[in-house]
Design a protein around this ligand. Structure first.
Ligand code: AMP
Ligand code: ZN
Length: 143
């Protein structure tokens, strides 16, 4: 836990998020500034700054969950593709220094962006999180 880390605050229940899924090692919630509707972040429960500060085991857990979230987005939103991005260091575009993976629904013809400057509307984020969460828990995790 790092007191000045927004993702640690979310995991500790001290800051709000729109939750989608949880495992022993990870939390998945919606990005507050979605690149496209349904943009998810898979976050390690433990605080690691980035890939260099993490362990192969923790990263494997995030990778495992990424398959479930990708299937969830495709099945629930019928997106044409799913972009998975993971940034390490400011030079790579990382802005929150707690290890996480972006899982972003993509439609044919959309411009490719990882970040958005527009905050999602709370009611839309809430409805989207409810849909995705229901779908995620309905899927087998070993698919
Ligand atoms: P990165 O640039 O890979 O570090 O991505 C950090 C992501 O976290 C960005 O896409 C932000 O929109 C997102 N973000 C920042 N603060 C919050 C928050 N409080 N809740 C959800 N997502 C957030
Ligand atoms: Zn943290």
């Amino acid at each position: 836990m790092s007191d000045d880390c927004i993702f640690c605050q979310i995991i500790a229940g001290k800051a709000q998020c729109h939750p989608v899924h949880e495992t022993r090692y990870t939390r998945t919630f919606l990005d507050a500034f979605p690149s496209t509707p349904g943009h998810c972040l898979i976050v390690t429960k433990a605080h690691f700054t980035d890939i260099f500060d993490s362990t192969p085991e923790e990263i494997a857990m995030v990778g495992h969950v990424s398959t479930l979230i990708a299937h969830t987005l495709r099945e629930e939103l019928q997106c044409d593709g799913v972009g998975i991005y993971q940034l390490n260091g400011a030079a790579a575009g990382q802005t929150v220094f707690h290890y996480h993976m972006h899982v972003i629904p993509r439609m044919v013809g959309q411009e490719l962006h990882i970040h958005s400057r527009a905050r999602g509307a709370p009611a839309e984020l809430e409805a989207m999180a409810a849909r995705l969460s229901k779908r995620a828990y309905s899927l087998r995790t070993d698919d």
